[in-house]
Design a protein. Structure first.
Lengths: 456, 294, 276
């Protein structure tokens, strides 16, 4: 027993030494940007109180390693601009941060100084209570206000409370090699898409990769379906009472989703599969298509050859009739907000300003596009965009985005949190087949009306 | 006789730390939760309104809430009627074998030292439909794939099995300890009288370990009412809320949906239900055998 | 003959149970040295064909097991010790001191706590911690952990202390000891077996606790093992082999400690349990 304990300890020791070694080599590999000097600060006295800025981000794990590297570079540059500043990064899983962590911190009145957040409806709830910094003045000073494609989700009561990191659209990633081998073509109508799924299924493969454990994943598909059946602007009407969840068009859309499930277009047992695992279905050739956001494109970087040719392509869900115009969610809902408390501390305010200036720059936007296929949230020149699209997949995504005729925000940005909660368990029931779409939507409409009546 | 043991100041000093803990972490939170359960506070705003029993009537009218209550019920029934008999059986077996006793004692306890989070991950592999252990074994007998965690007919039972796997050994060790401490003379006397092993187990051992079995049942019930971790790490309450229990239902509403007041009404209901169940247990079962109380 | 048969039947049943307990561990250990997901998928529960030890190095770096492990260990130990000190003092006063009317009442109040589900009170405790500015420090776990296990500990310890013969402190009083002296020098040493039981139960409770730890701490360097492992799973769910290595790291040290202390734990439970 003692012997094995000693073994264990020495193992831990060796591993620890290895970690230390790795850590060091990482640091030395990082480019040290000594070139930037700041005239403003040079004149200031060298005696500056050191201070710390807490920053919550969600760039954790293997798929986000490029994002994290970029964030760390921005951190370093920002620290160089502001004397005494240390930015402390705290990475948390996206869903955990959005739904649990940040909400409980907001409830406690002490969010991190800079935090990853979702624009609508979250930031509005926080802004209403005065918990988030109004960054309008900073944007004016830095001349950034007009540079963003869309700040609506971040605007509450006419003031701007946060900035989107990037943009994204949603659609189908598909296995190009498989399509070519079987002589399949990118569908132009929903009926063609269904015919395609039928063929894939007959070939013994899963048509659509999907991991529905978290309800927002299948809801991306549902949301796109109803934007075709009921119209792109329909979702915005739920909150105002103009649109009803149990509208016949909505029932039709949700029924279509259920029909696909029943026909076996998704992998069986999808309700037990994690979001991250749905990519595996596509990567291992188990499935042929996958509905996901363009943010997922970096997952397929490994499938790109030296010439930038990718094994995977991207198309938007096609309309009901040919030529009706493509419709997709266009999102700029994920980004950074800032604690209102920052305003009380001139040093911190200065640091936040420097962070915004560094992070929301052409350079970082283009780098994000190049490395991760993250679409820009800021207005950039078409030439820059094409030059920085590193592979065919990303070029294709940009192409599809430019073809879009209808662009709309995801439903969760347009309805109250409890409506989202109800729809989330509702879509699970529909996928399971224990409730029909009509009954699910009737119940949902009731929750919507209650929420509207509560005046939130 | 001894003033030392009647000194009120000393008495107070001995009890104060415990009562500070009890007041801060049991009495205050219950009162606090009860207070906000009568409001519409969203947990963030600076203001809130009193809305009487609206939160309570709302939760009572929600189907999803009763599903979570039912699942807590499954937890209790499974613990009491399946887990406890197994605990007693295995304790008796281990107590009576002569070889390998040490190995059994060590091994059964192992799952209890793993954190629930790790167990959730581990059992995720076992329940995996395509490559998981269970379906592999079933496949040997030509039985079709079972979607353990994504089929509502199986999801809850899957969680209960995992939970039992984690805690059975812990309780076995407790019961085993009680069996081992029974004076050997009792057993030997019965053996001389010609009682069989089974008779001795039922007539001598069982009555003597009833108090500890009572403790085990009480702890199981309390544990069943509190269960949340295992569900969060295994199914997140899915599919479609079919494995939601009261505690996870409360968290989902109070924090994720910005309904703090509503969530607190659920917290109060959990407390009330636990009180009722344990009171019932005390009245129906414990009083007849032996009270474990003061 | 029949006796032998019965004996082997018992062993067969127990060995089946053992298999059920140990097999999942083996699966993790095997998976942790397999090359990738594909290798696990093709041969999920069999012996690995190749050994990929680098999984362990990478998991150690990525999962920060050392930090989480040490946090969990010291929080679980300190909170369990604090509980024992408070609970044994209270139990001593309730059982050995002569306040026969007050004691049963106070005892009832304390054991009511067993019935209050801690998770249900997450939100008020969260507010308590936030108003005292303890969130995001280890105090936010140490204090609630220590307090939460008081009722259970008091139940076990009073049961044990009650069973001690009253002559012992009479002798001590004759020797001139006051109540703190009797508590520390006479009753406590006799209570050690029950204290071990209570310590183990509380330690495990704290060690496994997930909810409070998940909500009350956000800084990575403060996280405990259960939260760290779930975060690790979320971040690296694509790499099962590395995740298995992470699990092995998190489990083996506790197993070693348990194997060493095993006899003591059973002894402690024996002493405490029966009286309960």
């Amino acid at each position: 027993m003692r012997k094995s304990l000693i073994m264990m300890l020495s193992l831990i020791f060796v591993a620890g030494a290895l970690v230390a070694g790795c850590g060091k080599s990482n640091n030395s590999a990082e480019p040290v940007n000594t070139g930037t000097t700041n005239g403003e600060n040079a004149s200031q006295s060298s005696k500056v109180e050191p201070f710390e800025l807490k920053m919550r981000h969600i760039e954790i794990g293997e798929p986000n390693k490029n994002r994290l590297a970029r964030l760390e570079a921005v951190k370093q540059k920002t620290e160089e601009q502001v004397p005494g500043l240390t930015i402390k990064l705290d990475g948390v899983d996206s869903e955990v941060n959005r739904k649990d962590k940040l909400r409980s911190e907001m409830a406690a009145g002490n969010p991190p100084d800079i935090f990853d957040a979702f624009g609508s409806p979250d930031i509005g709830v926080y802004a209403k209570e005065g918990l988030v910094l109004d960054i309008g003045p900073i944007l004016d000073e830095l001349n950034l206000k007009e540079r963003f494609i869309n700040l609506d989700p971040w605007t509450y009561d006419g003031k701007i409370y946060g900035l989107p990191k990037g943009g994204s659209i949603e659609g189908y990633f598909y296995n190009k090699e498989y399509f070519a081998a079987k002589g399949l073509e990118v569908p132009k109508t929903l009926a063609e898409l269904e015919a395609l799924a039928e063929k894939v299924k007959a070939d013994g493969k899963v048509p659509f990769a999907q991991g529905s454990k978290d309800a927002w994943v299948p809801l991306m598909t549902t949301n796109n379906l109803w934007s075709y059946y009921a119209g792109a602007d329909f979702t915005a009407g739920f909150k105002t009472g103009e649109s009803k969840w149990n509208d016949p068009k909505m029932v039709e859309a949700v029924s279509k989703h259920q029909e696909w499930v029943k026909k076996g277009y998704f992998k069986k047992g999808e309700l037990g599969i994690d979001y991250n695992s749905q990519r595996n279905q596509l990567l291992t050739d188990e499935a042929v298509m996958m509905y996901d956001g363009s943010w997922a494109s970096s997952v397929f970087n490994d499938a790109v050859d030296a010439d930038g040719k990718s094994k995977f392509g991207f198309f938007v869900m096609p309309p009901l009739n040919e030529g009706d115009g493509f419709s997709s969610m266009v999102d700029s809902n994920n980004g950074y907000g800032f604690s209102a408390k920052v305003a009380d501390d001139p040093q911190k305010l200065e640091a936040v300003k420097a962070f915004i200036k560094t992070f929301f720059s052409d350079e970082v936007q283009l780098q994000s596009l190049k490395e991760d296929g993250l679409l820009p949230s800021m207005i950039l020149s078409e030439g820059d965009l094409q030059a920085n699209a590193a592979n065919d997949l990303i070029k294709e995504i940009i192409l599809r985005m430019n073809e879009l005729e209808y662009k709309w925000p995801a439903f969760d940005a347009l309805v109250q949190a409890e409506v989202n909660t109800e729809l989330s368990s509702g879509i699970h029931r529909v996928i399971e087949g224990v409730q029909d779409p009509q009954a699910m939507l009737d119940a949902l409409q009731k929750v919507q009306e209650e929420a509207n009546a509560a005046g939130e | 006789m001894n003033k030392a043991m009647r000194n009120p100041l000393m008495y107070a000093l001995f009890l104060i730390p415990t009562f500070i803990g009890i007041v801060l972490f049991f009495i205050y939170p219950v009162i606090n939760a009860a207070f906000y359960s009568f409001t519409d506070w969203n947990g963030i705003a600076k203001t809130y309104n009193f809305n009487g029993f609206a939160n309570y009537t709302k939760s009572m009218s929600q189907n999803a809430f009763w599903v979570s209550v039912r699942n807590n019920g499954f937890f209790i029934l499974f613990s009491v009627f399946i887990q406890v008999p197994l605990i007693i059986l295995f304790s008796l077996l281990i107590a009576n074998v002569k070889k390998l006793k040490g190995l059994y004692k060590t091994a059964v306890f192992m799952p209890s030292v793993m954190s629930t989070a790790v167990i959730g991950i581990l059992w995720g592999f076992i329940y995996e439909p395509d490559i998981g252990l269970f379906n592999n074994v079933l496949g040997l007998f030509g039985i079709d794939k079972v979607y353990w965690l994504s089929d509502r007919n199986w999801a809850m039972i899957s969680i209960l099995i995992t939970n039992a796997w984690q805690w059975t050994g812990f309780y076995i060790v407790m019961v085993l300890a009680a069996i081992i401490s029974i004076p050997k003379e009792l057993d030997e006397a019965a053996m001389i009288d010609g009682a069989t092993g089974f008779q001795r187990a039922m007539r001598i051992t069982m009555p003597l370990i009833m108090p500890i079995v009572s403790v085990v049942i009480m702890l199981s019930i309390a544990g069943a009412m509190k269960a949340a971790d295992i569900i969060i790490v295994m199914t997140k309450g899915g599919p479609a809320g079919s494995t939601e229990v009261m505690a996870t239902y409360m968290l989902k509403h109070s924090i994720t949906s910005f309904k703090y007041g509503y969530g607190n009404s659920i917290a109060v209901l959990i407390f009330i239900f636990t009180l009722i169940i344990t009171a019932l247990y005390q009245v129906l079962v414990v009083r007849r055998t032996e009270r474990i109380e003061y | 003959m029949t006796k032998k048969l019965k004996g082997s039947l018992a062993h067969i049943l127990l060995l089946i149970y053992l298999l059920v307990i140990l097999y999942p561990f083996l699966f993790v250990v095997f998976s942790s040295v397999k090359t990738d997901n594909l290798a696990i998928a093709q041969n999920p529960f069999g012996f690995p064909k190749e050994f990929q030890w680098t999984n362990y190095v990478e998991a150690w770096v990525n999962a920060k097991i050392s930090t989480y492990f040490l946090n969990s260990l010291y929080i679980a130990v300190i909170a369990a010790v604090a509980t024992i000190i408070m609970a044994s003092m209270a139990s001593f006063a309730l059982t050995r001191m002569r306040f026969t009317k007050l004691s049963p009442m106070l005892y009832q109040i304390i054991i009511l706590g067993i019935l209050i589900p801690g998770n249900a009170l997450l939100l008020p405790i969260y507010n308590l911690m936030r108003s005292t500015n303890l969130l995001d420090t280890h105090w936010a776990l140490l204090i609630p952990y220590a307090a939460n296990s008081i009722p259970f500990s008091v139940v076990i310890l009073t049961a044990f202390m009650k069973s001690l013969p009253s002559e012992i402190e009479e002798a001590a009083v004759v020797d001139g000891l006051r109540s703190p002296g009797i508590f520390a020098r006479v009753v406590m040493p006799l209570t050690v077996p029950a204290l071990v039981t209570v310590f183990i139960v509380n330690f495990l409770g704290n060690w496994n606790e997930f909810l409070l730890a998940n909500y009350f701490l956000s800084e990575d360097s403060l996280k405990t093992l259960p939260v760290g492992m779930v975060g690790f799973r979320d971040a690296f769910s694509i790499n099962y082999a590395q995740m298995s290595a992470g699990i092995v790291y998190s489990v083996v040290p506790v197993m070693v400690i348990y194997a060493i202390l095993q006899e003591k734990i059973i002894e402690g439970l024996t002493a405490g349990g029966v009286k309960g």
